[in-house]
Structure formats: structure tokens, C-alpha cells
Design a protein around this ligand. Sequence first.
Ligand code: NAD
Ligand code: UPG
Length: 445
Amino acid sequence: MRLAVIGTGYVGLVSGVCFSDLGNDVVCVDKLENKVDMLLQGISPIYEPGLEELIHKNKEQGRLNFTTNLAEAVQKSEIIIIAVGTPSLPNGQANLSFIEDAAKEIGQSLNNFKIIVTKSTVPVGTNEKIKQIISKYSQFPFEIASVPEFLREGTAVQDTLHPDRIIIGATSDYAKEKLIKLHSPLSENILVTDIRSAEMIKYASNAFLATKISFINEIANICEKVGADITQVASGMGYDKRIGSSFLKAGIGYGGSCFPKDTQALIQIAGQMDYDFKLLKSVVEVNHEQRFNIIRKLEALLGDLSERTIAIWGLSFKPETDDVRDAPAFEIINALLQRGAKVRAYDPIATENFKKCFTREEVQYCLGAQEAAVQADALCILTEWSEFKNISPEMIESWLTEPNLIDGRNIYSQEDLAKTKLNYYSIGRPNLNKGVKEIEPVLLL
Ligand SMILES: NC(=O)c1ccc[n+]([C@@H]2O[C@H](COP(=O)([O-])OP(=O)(O)OC[C@H]3O[C@@H](n4cnc5c(N)ncnc54)[C@H](O)[C@@H]3O)[C@@H](O)[C@H]2O)c1
Ligand SMILES: O=c1ccn([C@@H]2O[C@H](COP(=O)(O)OP(=O)(O)O[C@H]3O[C@H](CO)[C@@H](O)[C@H](O)[C@H]3O)[C@@H](O)[C@H]2O)c(=O)[nH]1
């Protein structure tokens, strides 16, 4: 099939590349010339394991192309996939301006019948809006469909090629058949729904996963108070098939380009219908508070943080990505600077993106994990990069001025710490300290 994908962010680029790998002719469109230029040279503008190799392979085989010319891409294709961003507005609602612009441009470009698929995460009813906009600018017939995307950053290629399920929200039999055919090499679990339900499945799925994370983080906070160990508790819960073991990792809360914005957007969608989504509001509040556990633990160990040197390992919101959108590191580092601490930060690949977005200049960015940790008064781990897991606690102890390790992602075990004198505070597990006073885990800043 001939596909045009509008937007070369994570979703547009990864799905475009994977569809071409399945034998389709794909042209990916972006309005940013520098992105398209990079892609034409075979360079991926995002760090995503396995992606650049697939770009090279499919470009060489002539099935994958990149352009800024949306009209030409649309006219040569049978299926148009919209994958532009839907970031948050200040009130939490989804900003649909990129979607509306893309729909207008598609409408102005149509030259014959097309299926227009929305992969972006959009509020219920948006596909109908897209239909109205396109109809305003075009006399040609077309069908709309909602095929939400569920990939995760860091495993995006694998997730796209082997998804748990495909949701196809469509009305006409023709669109359903065509989209089932396009997606059938990817999964046997293809669920065809109406368009509004497809739009809601995406928000409900993200909200549910965010709820699991906030739930386990609250259990972790209680574990700290009662002397239980969250890793054992989560493991024991996860064996129950009704609960499942995934998304029960306690830590400093979720970040990223999706959970924070999609939970806020769903709260707004409900609110517009006069429904107060109390549970999800609490999920968001718990998530926000959770990151400040790092500060509370540091203050319990060091007292006043002013003039103290704090090393930070990890700036991206999760490992295997250079994406820093809504990463907990922003607020944690900001809170440290507000307290007069000196911050030395290191991330294996996300430092440049973090620097571009973080407005305060006092942070010293380091080129290696050791450089950040040497002669610091404490080290805080904010992202569970495997590079950090491979550094032994003995090594960390030898680098620090004072032996304080705050592990916001529970990457070390009690046994790993046995041979050290490190004061080790993790999340939801017993502290290993030398008689330092107990701390309150759940307090607002
Ligand atoms: N990032 C993820 O992991 C992920 C996963 C599932 C779903 N989603 C959803 O998919 C959508 C896209 O997310 P993303 O992270 O890939 O987006 P992104 O913001 O990283 O990228 C969007 C791209 O679209 C381009 N663009 C915008 N308007 C355009 C237009 N009219 N013509 C051509 N290009 C245009 C932008 O220049 C940008 O490069 C969002 O709705 C998001 O919620 C994202
Ligand atoms: O047990 C867990 C699992 C995740 N996280 C955190 O949750 C955030 C999101 O992680 P993850 O879901 O792995 O990454 P994303 O790439 O943001 O993917 C989510 O958001 C995407 C965009 O909508 C969806 O497509 C995916 O299905 C959904 O998992 C990260 O900060 C993680 O550190 C935890 O704290 N504990």
C-alpha cells in the first residue's frame, strides 16, 4: 500500500519506518526542514534503539522517503496517517492546533479518494472535527479512522512491530477492511470499534497505567513507614494474573510526553461533560508529590542543602531515550537549586535536550557518571540507565565525599550495598543508614 505519514515525531517516524519494513511504500512528511534533511541523510532525529538501522535498510530498498511537501505526499498515497503532536494547553486540555492545521492541509491537497487515519492521541470527537475540516477544503470523497498508537519510547520499534493489540476505530466496511489488511502482519489481536471508543481506549489505557504507578508509589510510601519492602510486595501482587506484574515499579513517579499530558487531558474531557474524575486527579497529585521524596530523603541525610554538592544521574524520563519531556529531573534539580545546593548532572544521552529546556544556568553538566559523583555530598539516581546499574556501590562510595546514595529507581539490592558504608535510601524499601533520623515520606513541598 502507499502511505503518507504526517509528522515525524516518535509515532510518525517509527510507524512510518515499520510500515515500510512490512513492504509498504511510505513517505514521511514533516514541516521542519532540518528534520527532513537529517532523515534524508539516514540520521534519526530521535534516539530510539534499532530505528536508524531500519531507516537505512528501507531507504536503500526504495520503500521509504522523507519530504516537507505534504500535498505531493498526500496525492501519491492511498492512506494518510496523521501523527502530529497534541501537547497540553496551560489548562491541561489537548492542544489540537497541529491536528487542525494538518487536516486543513490534507483537505487542500486531496486529489482522489483516501483513508485518513489519526494516530495522534486526541480527545473523543476529534476525528469528527477532522472530517469537518477536510470536507471544508475538499470536494473529493474520503473516510476517516482512528488507530491510536501504544508504543513506548525506548522500545518503540519492538512495540510497533509486535503490539499487544491494534485498535481500529472506523465506520465504513471499506476502511475497516483496508486497515485490517495493513495491520494484520503486526498482530492477531485486531479490535474494530467505533471511532469515539477508539479515541477513548487510548486515554483510558494511559490513565490506567498511570494509576497503577501512583498506586504502587503510595504503597511504597506506606512500606517505608511500616518497614515492608515494595519490591517484594509488588512481586507478590504481580503473580496474581488479575493484577499483572507490569507497571508496578515504585520510583519517583511517571514523566514523559504522554502520561502527564494524557491524564490531564482526560480530566479535562471528563470535566467538560460535568464529570469530576476524582480518581485520576489523585493519581496526578500523587505522581507530582512522589518526585520530591528525593529532596526529603536528602534533607533527612544532610540537613540544610545549601552549598552541598549533589550529583544527579539521569535526566531523561526513562532509560533508552533522549526525550526529557516532563522528566521528574526538572523539578528535582530546580528544588535543589532553590535550596542553594550545587548540582552536577550526568545522563548518557539526554543532557543536550535537557540543557535546551532547563532555564537555570547553575547546573554543572558532566561528561561521565564518575565526573558527576566525585567529591559530591550525595548522589541521586533519577533514571535507571543500565550504565548506572553496572557501576558498583563500592565504586560510588569511593567517589563521594560523604557516603550518601539516594536511589530513586531502586536499582541496587541490599546485597549490593552490603560491602559498603553507604547511607542508602531507596523508594519503599528499608533505609540502610547509620542511625540517621527517620523521615516523613509523604509531605508536600
Ligand atoms: N511519543 C510517544 O511515545 C507516543 C506514543 C503514543 C502516542 N503518542 C501520541 O502521538 C502524537 C505524536 O507524538 P510524538 O511524540 O510523535 O510527537 P512530536 O511532537 O515529537 O512530533 C510531531 C511532529 O509533527 C510535525 N508536524 C506538526 N504539524 C505538522 C504538519 N502540519 N505537517 C507536517 N508535520 C507536522 C512536527 O514538526 C513534529 O516533528 C501525540 O498525539 C502523542 O500523544 C506519542
Ligand atoms: O512500573 C513503572 C512503569 C513506568 N514508570 C514510569 O512511567 C513513565 C512512562 O513509562 P513508559 O510507559 O514505559 O513510557 P512511555 O514511552 O511514556 O509510554 C507510555 O505512553 C505512550 C504514549 O501515549 C504509550 O503509547 C505507551 O503505551 C505508554 O506506556 C516513565 O517515567 C517511567 O519511569 C514507573 O515509574 N513505574
